[in-house]
Design a protein around this ligand. Structure first.
Ligand code: ZN
Length: 82
């Protein structure tokens, strides 16, 4: 039996480590913005839970909706699309 640990992503540090990032969708502007968790690490905030973080739209200031994405899935998505 392989001992596979489920990947638990709760902090910015976890995200950066496992190749995840956050996309923020602003409903008012209908815009997506990607958040790179490594930037949070650079600022000394690896322990911030992404569910607690609020991301405001740069244009209208509304709180965007968070969607967690993985870099790996993106790559696979590109392959299957073409
Ligand atoms: Zn907006």
């Amino acid at each position: 039996m392989a001992n596979i640990k489920p990947v638990i992503i709760s902090t910015m540090g976890d995200m950066a480590e496992h190749g995840y990032y956050i996309s923020i969708h602003c409903e008012s502007c209908n815009r997506w913005r990607d958040i790179d968790p490594r930037k949070w690490l650079d600022q000394g905030l690896p322990d911030v839970e992404y569910t607690q973080a609020e991301f405001k739209c740069e244009d209208c200031g509304e709180c965007g909706k968070k969607q967690v994405r993985s870099v790996e899935t993106d790559l696979m998505g590109h392959i299957t699309k073409h």
